[in-house]
Design a protein around this ligand. Structure first.
Ligand SMILES: [Zn+2]
Length: 172
């Protein structure tokens, strides 16, 4: 079993030292991701390199794992495989973010240390569909009763039924 990775990291220092983080992050450490999950047990496998590309501290690697999402149609479990490629350029300002080379996702670093599980869950959440649901129709309608128009009782004072009778008589 892989080691649980730390809560707080200093990603810029990691990049300056050229570091490699491999391990697991438990799903219950990621509260925002948990909102999407039917099953909150388990973890995500993380394999990330921190290095400098020119002057830009960069994080590159992947996040893998098996999730059970909540199907938004039937609210039951929806098995989902995570294969998220990560390539992040760390910046301090929005202007720097605009100047990043294509293919680098900007991450604005405002404090030295940041929550590592929070960074991982951000990466996974953006890879999830907006509206996760089973590929095949899964919604059950058994508890919904439709009232057919034919079942509505006709009453003698319904002006339309009177008109219908007149029309029938006139045609003969
Ligand atoms: Zn479903």
């Amino acid at each position: 079993m892989l080691d649980q990775l730390p809560e707080l990291i200093d990603p810029v220092v990691f990049a300056e030292r050229t570091s490699h983080l491999v391990g697991a992050v438990k799903l219950h450490r990621m509260s925002r991701l948990s909102d999407f999950l039917f099953e909150k047990e388990g973890d995500l496998k993380v394999d990330l390199h921190f290095y400098k590309e020119g002057k830009v501290p960069t994080i590159e690697g992947h996040i893998e794992g098996h999730l059970n999402l909540i199907c938004q149609s039937c609210l039951k479990s929806l098995p989902w495989e995570v294969h998220k490629q990560v390539k992040i350029g760390m910046v301090q300002t929005i202007e720097q973010a605009d100047r990043l080379e294509a293919g680098l996702e900007p991450l604005v670093i405002t404090e030295e240390r940041m929550s590592f599980p929070s960074m991982v869950e951000d990466e996974v959440i953006i890879s999830l569909p907006d509206y996760p649901r089973h590929a095949e129709p899964c919604m059950e309608y058994t508890n919904v009763k439709f009232v057919e128009p034919e079942e509505i009782e006709e009453t003698s004072d319904n002006p339309f039924s009177v008109l219908a009778k007149l029309k029938n008589t006139g045609a003969q």
